[in-house]
Design a protein around this ligand. Sequence first.
Ligand SMILES: [Fe+2]
Ligand SMILES: [Fe+2]
Length: 295
Amino acid sequence: MHGKVSAMPHGPLRLFQLSDIHFGAEDARALTWAKACIAREQPHAVVITGDLTMRARYREFRAACAWIKALDVPVTVEVGNHDIPYFNLYQRFFAPYDRFRAIKKLVDTELDLPGLAIVPLRTTTRAQYQRFPWSNGWVTDKALAECLAAIDAHPQGTRILVAAHHPLTERRERDGKLLTINGTRTMEALAGRGVMGVLSGHIHDPFDLTAQTPAGPLRMIGAGTLSKRIRSTPPSFNEIVIDGDGLRVEARNLEHVATADMQIQGVPENAEPPRDPGEPVAPVGTVPPSDLPEH
Ligand SMILES: [Fe+2]
Ligand SMILES: [Fe+2]
């Protein structure tokens, strides 16, 4: 476990975690508001936990890259399952991240702030031999090894946040359905290293849960969406304040819904609006009457 760092000579750090903007299905009003918040409040960093686009189309990436490049603060971007070419199979397999070219330096890049490192963890893969479709997460052995090596490169006492697209929960609680392959082992490894939290997207509803692992507890923080593809909460982003060893999450939204009413209490399979009994629904219950088309 990392040691205490509360004696470090700096004040609280403030991050904005944005996720699932899905250019092509973005919520223009929510996006304008989020951008204004960033410009006005100047957080120490913006962490974007994947699904920048709807279908990884060139025009969607152009809009996403222009929006991100205009932000005047440090930014890191994770790759989401929607950001890999879907229709162009050649690109999907041989140059899956080509369309990120304009923001290449920001993708899967560690951000180092005073006393805090934000370390990327890749959960998106081009293909999965275990199943089809490939929209859910898979932490490959290589991805986990890279993340752990990046964490281990820091001196003891450095506070670590891990940024990924998919929540790491391996099995859905109500029926044991497979969600993120290799998630359980990853969570245990991260808890064993004392990481402060894992930031993820993909679900389109915010959450702030603590999972128990054999190596200790692991905080799992999910951000909502800034797109029109809402699940059970209005568009939102997370404000995360790190003060000493403490970490506070606020699910900020244009509707003025309190954070506790925005957060779901379990990790569902994906961003589809809840239709089955037993699926986690946020107390605010903003469930759209019909599902938005995937494409
Ligand atoms: Fe998404
Ligand atoms: Fe996703």
